[in-house]
Each structure stands twice: as C-alpha cells, then as structure tokens.
Design a protein around this ligand. Structure first.
Ligand SMILES: CC(C)(COP(=O)(O)OP(=O)(O)OC[C@H]1O[C@@H](n2cnc3c(N)ncnc32)[C@H](O)[C@@H]1OP(=O)(O)O)[C@@H](O)C(=O)NCCC(=O)NCCS
Length: 187
C-alpha cells in the first residue's frame, strides 16, 4: 500500500519546468500535440523518430505535480532552410548540419503566458551553442509568428513544406552567446 508520505515523495520527484524527455515519451507528446495543434496532425511515429535520432533535443515541460505534463519541445541538427514535412519520419541526421531545427515548442493553454515558451527558446539556444550550431531555424505556425518575432527570429525567404498549409513561414535566429541574452527585468 502506498502511504501519503510516499505519495508526496513520489510527487516531489518532479519540479516545474523543462526536463529531458525519456525514450518512451512519444505517446504523451503526440497526445499533447493533438490538443495543441488542431489542424496540424502529427502521429507518435514522428516523435519516436526524433527521440531515437537525437534524444538530447527532446524536452518535456512538467507541472511539478507528479506525472502531469504541460508541454514539449523537439529540436535536432539540420540544414538551414531545408524544411521537413509535417508528420514525417527522418532517415538520418545530416553529417554536416548548419542549424538547430526547432521542430516544435508547444504548451497546453493553461501554461501559456508564464514564461515557459521564453525558457524553451533559451534552452534551444543553449543546445545549439553546445552543439556548435550557429543558427536556430523553424517553421512558425500563423498564430505563433508574433511570439517568434518577439523572441528575435526573422523571416526567411525559404518556404515551409506544403504540408504546413497556408500562413506558416520559415524563420531563423542567430544563436546568442550568454552575454547577448537579455534577461527580463525583475519585478
Ligand atoms: C508559442 C508558445 C510556445 C509561447 O509560449 P508562452 O509560454 O505563452 O510564451 P511566454 O510566456 O514565454 O512569452 C514570452 C514573451 O513572448 C510574448 N508573446 C507570447 N506570445 C506572443 C504572441 N503570439 N505574439 C507576440 N508576443 C508574444 C510574451 O508577451 C512574452 O513577452 P515578454 O518576454 O516581453 O514578457 C505558446 O503560446 C504555445 O504553445 N502556442 C501553441 C503552440 C504553438 O503554436 N507553438 C509554436 C509552433 S511554431
């Protein structure tokens, strides 16, 4: 039988924030994706593929309450301006990548506006820096273009794959060194 204190200890194992995704996280990520990205369906094979190809680029956002998940971020090395179709399984990563491709950063509605998105971008920036990749590239969905522009991403002349439909654009941002990152002012 599980005691209340055991339960509290178990729930205390997670703290709120971004952590590396475990290898079996694809079903949970696909579940969140289906809630967040209606109109942009992506099955768990695509997420399992990224978890297997480059696990260090896959993250979950925890609520801090046991197993509750509130978001995810998926990145991997890629070629700048070479777009990946939506819901696509990649055979292999490029031998000489030129960017970190931020495949998706998604938060359940209750978590938005809390700074979790900004923290995800900083995490991707650190990841790119550690991997020696000079640029972060992504496909911005129409409703998120303002968020990416606010985070310093610029429009690219490249076009997203047709599977993204209309309104999505390709964006990129040079990786910033720690000293260039402007921290928000404390209240
Ligand atoms: C896009 C998303 C990840 C942003 O996360 P978030 O936690 O709401 O963003 P934050 O609270 O970290 O906001 C960071 C800053 O961006 C600003 N911002 C957030 N959304 C914005 C928008 N749509 N347009 C302009 N600015 C925006 C915030 O005001 C904040 O500004 P500040 O740093 O000056 O205070 C989140 O809204 C989301 O998951 N959306 C649905 C999924 C999605 O579209 N993902 C992107 C796929 S390309």
């Amino acid at each position: 039988m599980m005691l209340a204190t055991d339960e509290a200890a178990r729930r205390g194992l997670t703290t709120m924030g971004w952590t590396r995704a475990h290898s079996g996280a694809a079903p949970a990520i696909a579940n969140m994706s289906a809630q967040v990205h209606q109109g942009y369906p992506e099955g768990q094979e695509s997420f399992a593929n990224r978890l297997s190809l480059w696990p260090q680029g896959c993250f979950l956002y925890h609520s801090g309450h046991g197993e509750d998940l509130l978001g995810y971020m998926i990145c991997h090395p890629w070629m700048l301006d070479q777009c990946v179709p939506l819901d696509h399984v990649i055979d292999r990563l490029p031998a000489d990548p030129t960017c970190l491709y931020l495949h998706d950063l998604a938060l359940l509605p209750a978590t938005r506006g809390s700074g979790a998105g900004r923290a995800g971008v900083q995490l991707a920036n650190s990841l790119a820096q550690a991997a020696g990749l000079p640029v972060i590239g992504l496909v911005a969905l129409p409703d998120a273009i303002g968020f990416w522009r606010h985070a310093g991403f610029q429009d690219s002349s490249a076009r997203p794959h047709s599977s993204y439909g209309t309104g999505a654009i390709v964006m990129q941002r040079a990786v910033q060194s720690e000293s260039e990152i402007v921290q928000p002012a404390l209240p």
